[in-house]
Design a binder for this molecule. Structure first.
Ligand SMILES: Cc1cc2nc3c(=O)[nH]c(=O)nc-3n(C[C@H](O)[C@H](O)[C@H](O)COP(=O)(O)O)c2cc1C
Length: 174
């Protein structure tokens, strides 16, 4: 049994959460944590559990234009990028091979507003017939560029631990 955590991150916050989720999963099974830009589109390999995380942009998953807005904010030249939306779109339709879970980062001060990249990603996966084991979990940043609010990395680690245990139980039953 093994896991893959694939993440997209503009300012580094989702990357930190992804590593903590990976640390939690590693208490149960081997895990690889990888940026979406280091993987081929939709390339989940042999992983039994695939955890996908990205920043919430404009109430959902990022798009090329929102990523460019982020690049400009960082002072970078806008360039063409690919995010978790495109990665999910490119997943092969070998449904049931992987168990999926999703997370996002979003701004704490507007947590009452609807819209979560994690929920949108879980919906997209289910729509394509994939098995999703969590409705989508959010971790919070203090502002658009971060930092993560206190204790989110610990919460992410615990979430990863619980997720891996649940996935193990489901896979052993199957
Ligand atoms: C173009 C853009 C749109 C955003 N829209 C939202 C939003 O709708 N809701 C929200 O909570 N945060 C929003 N944010 C803040 C991001 O969620 C935040 O930048 C992200 O969680 C930081 O993670 P990262 O460092 O991994 O990019 C937006 C950020 C950008 C750049």
């Amino acid at each position: 049994m093994s896991a893959l955590v694939v993440y997209e991150s503009g300012f580094g916050n989702t990357a930190l959460v992804a590593r903590s989720v990976g640390d939690g999963i590693a208490t149960s099974m081997p895990v690889r944590v990888s940026s979406v830009s280091d993987l081929g589109a939709g390339e989940a390999g042999e992983a039994d559990l695939v955890v996908i995380g990205g920043p919430t942009h404009a109430f959902g998953m990022s798009r090329p234009q929102t990523r460019q807005e982020g690049q400009v904010r960082r002072g970078d030249e806008p360039s063409e990028t690919s995010g978790i939306r495109e990665w999910i779109d490119a997943l092969p339709s070998d449904r049931g091979v992987h168990l999926f879970a999703t997370f996002d980062t979003r701004v704490e001060g507007v947590r009452h507003l609807p819209g979560s990249a994690a929920h949108a990603a879980a919906r997209a996966l289910r729509h394509d017939g994939h098995r999703v084991v969590d409705r989508g979990t959010s971790f919070y940043v203090a502002g658009v560029t971060g930092p993560l609010v206190p204790h989110e990395r610990e919460r992410a680690r615990e979430w990863g631990e619980r997720l891996a245990r649940r996935a193990q139980e489901m896979l052993l039953k199957a």
